[in-house]
Design a protein around this ligand. Structure first.
Ligand code: NAD
Length: 437
């Protein structure tokens, strides 16, 4: 099939590359010429395992092209995916301006019957809005159908997720239109669910809000565990083996971040309020998540009395491992709180340092984890990169001035850390202190 993908961010680029890999002819367009230039020179705009190789292979085979010419891409394609950003406004409402401008461009270049597929995460009813905008611009005699096909990939495993999704949701206005999408995806041999457009839009929001709520739930349990003398890591293992609950998204820590959970929970809450319904459970989810970084820094402060003048090493800046994405990363909130309380911060992350540098945060960037720990009073692990799981604690202890390890993702065994002469502080677990600390 001939496919156009509008927007070459995490979702658009991965989607385009995967459709090309599956044998389609794909044109990926973006309004940022520098992004398209980079891609044409085989430089990825962000890090995602396996993506570069897939892009290279499909460009060489002539199935994948990059362009800034939306008109050409629209005219030469039968299916057009919209994969542009849907960031939040200050109010929590979704900013749909990128979707609206993509729809207008599709309408202006609409030269034949096409199926428009919205992959961006959007409030319920946006499918109708997209159809109306295209209708305003397109020749009246040509038919148009708009489908909602939300994306569930996770950054850090985006290529693998897109090739191996749990399910494919197709919100289509009729069976015939749904069949076209089924034809496109059938090669993946994954469960497909056909729904109305509005239900598909809601499935995406409800899924993300549910996962975010699971994280905030276990974080609330963790905070209680600290008070009552339980260990949340034992609790989550005991809970997660119950098949009705499951082990995923059940790890306590310094909170969820990224470009999806924070904005999608806010947006769903906003939609519910605008219909006069409200979702109190989401208010709780969001409030708990906002407090996790604060509680973590409070814990640090209670150990030291005051953070004024303290030097803190931070390991991990991206919102999760295997990505360089720092949008809404808990690490950045924690660094901000540390600064406000008078601490100085030196950092290391395997992938996200350039993005943090560009954001203008005032920290010292270090060569590796031991460089970031050198001379510090405490080390904080805020992203569970695999290389941090293999920390050499004796080396860490040797280079530090103090002896406190704060495990913001509960990835270490407290007793092992303690054996190497460091006090251990996790989330929802009892601290294991050195005798004289
Ligand atoms: P992104 O910000 O990384 O990328 C969006 C891209 O669209 C940018 O490169 C931008 O320049 C381009 N763009 C905007 N308007 C355009 C236009 N009119 N014409 C051409 N290009 C245009 O966004 P993303 O992270 O890929 O997310 C895209 C959508 O998918 C969002 O709605 C998001 O919520 C959703 N989503 C994201 C993820 C994720 O993990 N990032 C997962 C599932 C769903």
């Amino acid at each position: 099939m001939d496919i156009a993908v509008i927007g070459t961010g995490y979702v658009g680029l991965v989607t385009g590359a995967v459709f090309a890999e599956l044998g389609n002819h794909v044109i990926c367009v973006d309004k940022m010429p520098e992004r398209i230039e980079m891609l044409m020179g085989l430089k990825m705009p962000f890090f995602e395992p396996g993506l570069r190789e897939m892009v290279e292979r499909n460009m060489e085979d002539g199935r994948l092209q990059f362009s800034t010419d939306t008109g050409h891409a629209v005219k030469s394609s039968e299916i057009i995916f919209i994969a542009v950003g849907t960031p939040p406004k200050e109010t929590g409402e979704t900013d749909l301006s990128q979707v609206e401008s993509a729809a207008a461009e599709i309408g202006k270049n609409y030269n034949d019957y096409k199926i428009i597929v919205n992959k961006s995460t959007v409030p319920v009813g946006t499918g109708d809005l997209v159809r109306e905008i295209i209708q305003q611009h397109k020749p009246p005699e040509l038919d148009i159908h708009v489908v909602s096909n939300p994306e569930f990939l996770s950054e850090g495993s985006a290529v693998a997720d897109a090739l191996n999704p749990d399910r494919i949701v197709i919100g289509a206005p009729n069976q015939q239109v749904a069949m076209k999408l089924i034809e496109l995806y059938s090669i993946l041999e994954k469960p497909m669910i056909i729904t109305s457009v509005r239900s598909a839009e809601m499935i995406k929001y409800a899924s993300n809000a549910f996962l975010a709520t699971k994280v905030s739930f276990i974080n609330s349990v963790a905070n209680l565990c600290e008070t009552v003398g339980a260990d949340v890591d034992e609790v989550r293992r005991g809970m997660g083996l119950d098949e009705r609950i499951g082990p995923k998204f059940l790890r306590a820590g310094v909170g969820y971040g990224g470009s999806c959970f924070p904005k999608d929970t806010e947006s769903l809450l906003n939609v519910s309020r605008s219909y006069g319904a409200g979702m109190q459970i989401l208010e709780g989810t969001i409030a708990v998540n906002k407090m996790q970084p604060v509680l973590f820094v409070n814990k640090l402060e209670s150990v030291f009395g005051s953070l004024d003048g303290k030097l803190i090493g931070v390991l991990g800046l991206s919102f999760k491992p295997n990505t360089d994405d720092i949008r809404e990363a808990s690490a950045l909130y924690i660094i901000d709180l540390l600064h406000k309380r008078g601490a100085r911060v030196q950092v290391y992350d395997p992938m996200a340092m350039d993005n943090v540098r560009r954001s203008g945060v005032n920290v010292t960037f270090c060569e590796d984890e031991y460089d970031a720990a050198a001379g510090t009073d405490a080390v904080l692990v805020l992203t569970e990169w695999n290389r941090f799981r293999q920390l050499n604690f004796s080396r860490l202890k040797r280079v530090m001035a103090g002896a406190h390890l704060f495990d913001g993702r509960n990835i270490y065994d407290p007793a092992v850390v303690r054996r190497y002469g460091l006090s251990y502080h996790g989330v929802g677990r009892q601290s294991v202190l050195l005798e004289n600390s």
